[in-house]
Design a protein around this ligand. Structure first.
Ligand code: ARG
Ligand code: ZN
Ligand code: CA
Length: 255
């Protein structure tokens, strides 16, 4: 693909308390962060260690709040639904159905559905990979880990949960290969180092695992589990996977 693709987003705010009914400004802050991170316009690219800087990619994907709803009427790209449920989890996907205290998805062939609610158990977010059921397609984020203002709470207050989850939605795997610390798993990307397990917090470079000397883990990649302030890149290989899913013949080509 040459050029930038812009994906229309609908943000479904599902709230029990008024604090969970996050502001339009907080939602826009998240859209702005996605547009920085997927265009390599985030200011913290300057922190990428020199050994990895040449691998950092502009993914050439942008996001905008939808201007038309599925009926063709004008919309802000935000839906607001009050619920009697005090929290949600990934089990059952209740946040994604009107009938279970959530909000039905809009057509996944035209929109990225992004639900925001109160997730239980410390879950920051989760995503559905390409190829799954239409009704549950999209990304879910907890309201305290969304955008960089309002209810966003450190260390997950720089909008990187949505960046990470949209990465999954565009077919990216975790950088450590989801192998529980073994060196046998793979993220199916050739320019990310083999990495043992996930990293959390904010490691110091270099952090070695799986004999990946001298540069070690690419813990500053969005597809690791580090703090928002400590993740700031996708690679060219990750961009290639995203391109494949958005190109003709890919599961998200209609966007
Ligand atoms: N699915 C992951 C979780 O809930 C998201 C991790 C996002 N990481 C971040 N720094 N925001 O644990
Ligand atoms: Zn993940
Ligand atoms: Ca591994």
């Amino acid at each position: 693909r040459t050029g930038v693709i812009t994906i229309p987003v609908v943000v479904h705010v599902v709230y029990n308390t008024s604090a969970q009914n996050i502001s339009d400004a907080q939602i826009q802050s998240q859209i702005n962060i996605l547009n920085q991170d997927f265009r390599k316009l985030n200011t913290d690219v300057s922190k990428i260690p020199a050994a990895f800087a040449g691998l950092a990619a502009d993914a050439q994907v942008e996001f905008c709040l939808a201007k038309r709803d599925p009926n063709g009427n004008a919309t802000t790209g935000i839906t607001r639904t009050q619920t009697t449920r005090t929290s949600f989890s990934d089990a059952g996907d209740y946040i994604k159905y009107n009938s279970t205290g959530g909000k039905d998805a809009w057509d996944r062939n035209q929109y990225l559905n992004l639900w925001v609610g109160n997730l239980s158990g410390g879950l920051l977010g989760y995503a559905q990979f390409p190829g799954g059921p239409a009704a549950t397609d999209g990304v879910v984020c907890t309201y305290t880990g969304f955008g960089n203002t309002g209810t966003a709470s450190a260390p997950f207050n720089k909008g990187r949960t949505a960046t990470h989850e949209v990465g999954h939605w565009l077919n990216l795997y975790h950088i450590w290969g989801d192998d529980n610390g073994a060196c046998t798993g793979s993220d199916q990307v050739s320019d990310t180092p083999n990495q043992g397990n996930s990293n959390g917090g904010c490691p110091t470079f270099p952090k070695i695992s799986c004999s990946n000397t001298p540069n070690g883990d690419m813990f500053m990649n969005y597809m690791d589990y580090t703090d928002d302030a400590c993740m700031y890149m996708f690679t060219a290989g990750q961009k290639a996977r995203m391109d494949a899913i958005l190109d003709a013949g890919g599961a998200r080509a209609s966007l």
